[in-house]
Design a binder for this molecule. Structure first.
Ligand code: PLP
Length: 397
């Protein structure tokens, strides 16, 4: 075999896609599977957004665009940030990417060098660790603890920073836990970062508009003292049910945005032009679909948490954001990944084992409640039946 760059042996994966494929395969074989594995809204993209893309194509918007995104879209992002967060962001600092994920890829590439450290949430989105390892930097997991509502602890996170730390990744509301870091903890984290001026910050706020119980999202963009070293990651995927459009955005300090632009030119050139027009319609059009989705998710959140807490050996804290529950399954006696596969194979319920999100995910499962209430109830009934079987029937591993 012709040898590859050895860094590729360190590149990880996102098991949610493997579970999706496995669930689809079982469905093809005629099995009835309830899929609580996948992290995408089950709603359709609102029609006015779809129409804007169709119109763009009909109007002949077929060409390459500016690598950083079309100007009216970057202006729409800037206006949206002013409206939602009260911050002033120049459209020149905005980069439109094919999904928010690309911004994490770029940021981790920019700061990940052998000998440096990157602090990231664990359990957390698996791509953080995967990309850190790919670059050769040392991954430093910041534990997200159940007893802290799966929020960042400012003190614990700051304690992990060393003279070698180059990047801190923050994610709130969080995947896979639904944890939301309270404003006071964010205040303390930002205050503490004053002692570490050489640490860049990547704030993944892709679930920023999905918080519940009247809790307001506190964006790191609202802290002027870190603006010169903050990268904000956001996008349309979750807020407007647009995961397959591949459209996201990020905000960068000016010199880093220029490096990110070059990375874009060296890889994908620009984002699909019609998708960018859809993005303008999403930000400038009516926002009632966002509120409607949030209300729907909220009802399901309550149902899923109540149902999980009735299962034998399972307990779930109430997630305050995103669309995931992260129940503690330690008392069932199962290892989390074995339980996830047994639930899929034997009970027809797709979930994801906590260890797919990091070492601190052992003892937990991730359930996405981006599915109908009816399917959620079916999944919970199947889980109750499965976990209620005598221990001898279940091979717990
Ligand atoms: N960040 C987090 C925490 C996510 O869960 C996801 C998607 O699942 C993303 C970023 C990437 O979203 P996208 O690339 O679709 O914008």
């Amino acid at each position: 075999m012709i040898p590859l760059n050895p860094a590729f042996a360190r590149l990880g994966d996102e098991n949610a896609f493997a579970v999706l494929a496995k669930a689809a395969e079982l469905q093809r074989q005629g099995r009835d599977i309830v899929n609580l594995g996948i992290g995408q809204p089950d709603f359709k993209t609102p029609p006015h957004i779809v129409e804007a893309a169709v119109k763009a194509l009909r109007d002949g918007e077929h060409g390459y665009t500016d690598a950083t995104g079309i100007a009216p879209l970057r202006t729409a992002v800037s206006d949206d940030l002013a409206r939602r967060l009260g911050v002033d962001v120049s459209p020149d600092l905005v980069l439109i990417t094919p999904g928010g994920k690309v911004a994490m890829f770029m940021a981790i590439l920019m700061f990940g060098v052998e000998g440096t450290e990157i602090v990231y949430p664990d359990p957390g989105f698996p791509i953080y660790r995967s990309m850190i390892e790919f670059t050769g930097a040392t991954p430093v997991p910041a534990p997200m603890r159940e007893e802290n509502g799966f929020a960042f602890s400012a003190e614990e996170t700051l304690n992990l920073i060393t003279p070698n730390t180059r990047l801190l990744i923050v994610n709130s509301p969080a995947n896979p836990t639904g944890g939301v870091t309270p404003p006071e903890a964010i205040d303390r984290l930002v205050a503490g970062l004053a002692d570490f001026p050489d640490v860049a910050i990547l704030s993944d706020e892709i679930y920023g508009q999905l918080t519940y119980d009247g809790l307001a999202h506190r964006s790191l963009l609202t802290y002027p003292e870190i603006r010169d070293r903050l990268i904000l990651l956001d996008g349309w995927s979750k807020t407007y049910a647009m995961t397959g459009w591949r459209l996201g955005y990020s905000v960068w300090p000016r010199p880093w945005r220029e490096v990110a632009r070059k990375l874009a030119v060296n890889s994908y050139s620009c984002v699909n032009s019609a998708a960018q027009f859809a993005g303008i319609a999403a930000l400038k059009g009516p926002q009632d679909s966002v509120a409607a989705m949030r209300a729907e998710f909220d009802g399901r959140r309550r149902a899923v948490v109540a149902g999980l807490n009735r299962l034998p050996g399972v307990s779930a804290v109430t997630p305050r954001g995103a669309f995931y529950a992260f129940p503690n399954i330690a008392r069932t006696g199962w290892r989390a990944k074995l339980l996830a596969s047994a639930l899929l194979e034997e009970a027809g319920v797709a979930t994801i084992g906590g260890p797919d999100f990091g070492v601190h995910g052992e003892g937990y499962l991730r359930l996405s409640y981006a599915n109908s209430l009816e399917n959620i109830e079916r999944a919970l009934a199947r889980m109750a039946e499965f976990l209620g079987r005598p221990a001898s029937v279940n091979a717990r591993g």
